[in-house]
Design a protein around this ligand. Structure first.
Ligand code: NAD
Length: 252
C-alpha cells in the first residue's frame, strides 16, 4: 500500500474527484478526514470507506471559513495524531462571465473557496509539516488555471492563483521535506455543473470552440490516481509542478 498509516485531509470529499481521492487514499492505507461543506455527503463517503475496512472520519468544513479550516486540520491531529497529506480539492465554477460582467459578490465567493481556502489550509498545515520535516500538499487547480478559454474570468483567475500558490509553496519549503504540487484536470464527470449558475451567454459561447476540441471527459477515479502519485513517495522529485490530466485536451 502506497499511503500506509499516512493521515490525509481531503476537502470537497463528498463528491466527484474529492470523493474518489478520499476512497483511493483509504484503500492505499491512509486514515482520511473526509471534509466537505455537505456534511451528509461527507458522512456517506466516510461510512463507505469504513464499511470497506478503511479508516475515515467526516468533518463539516466550509473552506471559505477560517474556523472550519482550522477545525478540519485540528480534527486530523486529534483523531489520527498528525497530518501527512493535505489535498485542497474543494472548488466551485463561475458562470463563464468575462471580466466586463463580473459581479463582486460572486468574485469574492469564488476566490474565498477556490483560492483563499487553499492558502489558509496550507498555512495551517505548514507548521505541522515543518515540525515533522515532511509533508505533501496536492491542490486541485484546473486547465482553466493554465489558459483563458475553459471558464469565466473569475474561475480562471482563481485557479491561476492556485497554480501560483503551488509553485511558490513548492519552492519556499523545498529544503524542508515539504512538497506541493497541483493537478490541472480537464473536463471530468462530476457534480461541478451544479455550481454553474446564471450562465453568461456571451462568455459561454466564447468557450465553445475550446470545448469542441476536448477529446473526451475523464472519470474522477482517473484524477484520483494522479493525486495518489503526487501524495506518495513515488513522486519524491516532483515539487512545485502542475500535472495536466485532460486526455489531451490542451494538446490541441
Ligand atoms: P463536485 O461538485 O462534484 O465536488 C466538489 C465538492 O466540493 C462538493 O462535494 C461540494 O459540496 C464541495 N464544496 C463546494 N463548496 C465548498 C466549500 N465552500 N467548502 C467545502 N466544500 C465545498 O466537483 P468536482 O469537479 O469534483 O470539483 C473538485 C475540484 O476540481 C474543484 O476545485 C474544481 O474546480 C476542480 N475541477 C473540476 C473540473 C471538472 O471538469 N469537473 C475540471 C477542473 C478542475
Amino acid at each position: 500500500m502506497k499511503l500506509q498509516n499516512k493521515v490525509a485531509v481531503v476537502t470537497g470529499a463528498a463528491s466527484g474527484m474529492g470523493k474518489a481521492i478520499a476512497e483511493l487514499f483509504a484503500k492505499e492505507g491512509a486514515k482520511v478526514i473526509v471534509a466537505d461543506l455537505n456534511l451528509k455527503g461527507a458522512e456517506k463517503v466516510a461510512e463507505g470507506i469504513t464499511s470497506q475496512g478503511g479508516v475515515a472520519k467526516s468533518v463539516q468544513a466550509d473552506v471559505s471559513k477560517l474556523a472550519d479550516i482550522d477545525n478540519m486540520i485540528d480534527t486530523a491531529v486529534s483523531e489520527f495524531g498528525t497530518l501527512d497529506i493535505l489535498v485542497n480539492n474543494a472548488g466551485i465554477m463561475d458562470g463563464f462571465e468575462p471580466v466586463g460582467d463580473i459581479d463582486d459578490d460572486r468574485w469574492d465567493l469564488i476566490f474565498d473557496i477556490n483560492t483563499k481556502g487553499v492558502m489558509r489550509a496550507m498555512r495551517k498545515a505548514i507548521p505541522i509539516f515543518l515540525e515533522k520535516g515532511k509533508g505533501v500538499i496536492v491542490n486541485t487547480a484546473s486547465t482553466g488555471g493554465l489558459n483563458g478559454a475553459h471558464a469565466g474570468a473569475t474561475y480562471g483567475a482563481s485557479k491561476h492563483a492556485v497554480v501560483g500558490l503551488t509553485k511558490n509553496t513548492g519552492y519556499m519549503y523545498a529544503d524542508k521535506g515539504i512538497r506541493c504540487n497541483a493537478i490541472a484536470p480537464g473536463g471530468v464527470e462530476t457534480n461541478i455543473g451544479s455550481s454553474m449558475k446564471n450562465i453568461n451567454e456571451f462568455g459561454f459561447e466564447r468557450t465553445k470552440p475550446a470545448q469542441a476540441v476536448m477529446p473526451r471527459t475523464g472519470k474522477p477515479e482517473e484524477i484520483a490516481q494522479v493525486a495518489l502519485f503526487l501524495a506518495s513517495d513515488e513522486s519524491s522529485f516532483i515539487n512545485g509542478s502542475v500535472i495536466v490530466a485532460d486526455g489531451g485536451w490542451t494538446a490541441a
